[in-house]
Design a protein around this ligand. Structure first.
Ligand SMILES: *Cc1c(COP(=O)(O)O)cnc(C)c1O
Length: 404
């Protein structure tokens, strides 16, 4: 049980009741709240994944996913978490010993780098302070210095979920072009897809990595690769070992609406519904809603007199806000109090930010009053934890929500 129900031994005790009624507030930056429509869609009976009804579903999904990635090219769907889709992006395009350029923007960028090293790639890891995104000038410098063109790929996390920092992909693309360098551009959009503006084709990305449980409002279990022509061509000479993740048999089976293994049929029902929900609201409106909620959250944090981890306002994340507490406070204690008292889960500080930071997720299936409730819970939790905050913070957020 996620909340602190007092233990009364192993015997069933009718006096023990759940101390919270109503809905749990799941305000971590993924998994996010799954809309009832999506849950109901997932509950439909599983069908024959080699039959005509499945093929129709799969072809429909491959088509409807394209606008979400901003691509006209193929999108491979894996029964995996985002980490699996990371691996797929690397093994399908690269060979053992290939040099890749990556950037220490935070915990997820560090994990992707470790994976690349374990796979036998030679990672050039540009250090960072976990408060900034990828510096386009650093991309330009590193690539310009590589006159022999030995760097095979540039790996970028679009929205660094551990820090609430969004890297500027169009500027990074421009930096690659300015260096006139042929490296592939591989981008992790796991926590930005369907929440922050993103354009695979227009921004010249070669492989875009996504997954289901963040902006797409689904449970965990689907990973995605959107693939450019250039990445499809790179596949021909990519020698990293691969079998399950190999694009080729999947793309071949996909032509007729099938997969070379049993797909996650029920999650695909959910995906169909989630894509419909995004289409009904309209992607530009979805992006605007996220940035408005992010602005209201920042108004609260600044109003409280606390610090936002992201150091560059051009890189503020639309989907989560990481709050940095002073060294005299324990961010995990704040989160524990908020969970116990108000039944709300907030994101923990990850890696070297453990205990220093808590993260407020404001993405996915979300609205103004959910945000108002979230921020009220955070403000009360901070006060209960003994963190000095100005209660004008919540009001500043409400004023912003009311104004627009
Ligand atoms: C959540 C996340 C991941 C990891 O995805 P899993 O589904 O947990 O494997 C990777 N990158 C980013 C940016 C994420 O937010």
């Amino acid at each position: 049980m996620r909340n602190s129900v007092p233990s009364h031994g192993t015997e069933w005790n009718p006096i023990v009741i759940t101390p919270h009624s109503g809905r749990h507030f799941l305000q971590i930056p993924g998994p996010t709240n799954v809309p009832d429509r999506v849950l109901q869609a997932i509950a439909r009976p599983t069908i024959d994944h080699r039959g005509p009804e499945f093929a129709e579903l799969a072809i429909h999904l491959m088509d409807k996913l394209k606008p979400v990635f901003g691509t006209g090219g193929p999108v491979v769907i894996y029964p995996s978490s985002g980490t699996g889709a990371w691996e797929a992006a690397l093994v399908n395009t690269l060979s053992p010993g290939d040099r890749v350029l990556a950037f220490e923007t935070g915990h997820f960028a560090s994990l992707w780098r470790e994976m690349a090293e374990r796979l036998g790639l030679a990672v050039e890891f540009v250090p960072g302070d976990w408060r900034r995104g990828v510096d386009p000038a650093a991309v330009a410098d590193r690539l310009a210095a590589d006159t022999a063109h030995t760097i095979a790929a540039v790996m970028v996390v679009h929205n660094e979920t551990s820090t609430g920092v969004t890297s500027r992909i169009p500027e990074i693309r421009a930096a690659v072009d300015a260096a006139d360098h042929p490296a592939l551009l591989l981008v992790d959009t796991i926590s930005s897809l369907g929440s922050i503006d993103y354009r695979h084709d227009a921004w010249g990305v070669d492989v875009t990595v996504g997954c289901s449980q963040k902006g797409l409002m689904l449970p965990p279990g689907l990973g995605f690769n959107a693939i450019s022509e250039k990445a499809l061509a790179a596949r021909q000479s990519a020698l990293l070992p691969k079998s399950y993740w190999d694009w080729t048999p999947i793309l071949t089976a996909n032509e007729r609406g099938f997969y070379p293994y049993t797909p996650t049929t029920n999650l695909l029902y959910g995906l169909r519904e989630a894509l419909l929900i995004l289409e009904e609201e309209g992607l530009p409106n979805v992006f605007a809603r996220h940035s408005r909620h992010a602005a209201a959250t920042r108004a609260a944090v600044h109003g409280w007199g606390l610090e936002i981890l992201c150091a560059d306002p051009r890189e503020y994340s639309g989907v989560l806000t990481a709050v940095l507490l002073g060294p005299e406070y324990d961010a995990d204690k704040v989160r524990r109090i908020i969970l116990d008292r108000f039944d709300m889960s907030l994101g923990a500080g990850l890696g070297k930010l453990a205990g220093r930071v808590f993260r407020i997720g404001h993405l996915g299936s979300y609205n103004d009053l959910m945000l108002a409730g979230t921020l009220a819970g955070v403000q009360m939790g901070l006060q209960l934890a003994g963190v000095t905050v100005d209660p004008a913070g919540l009001q500043a957020a409400l004023d912003l929500l009311r104004a627009e």
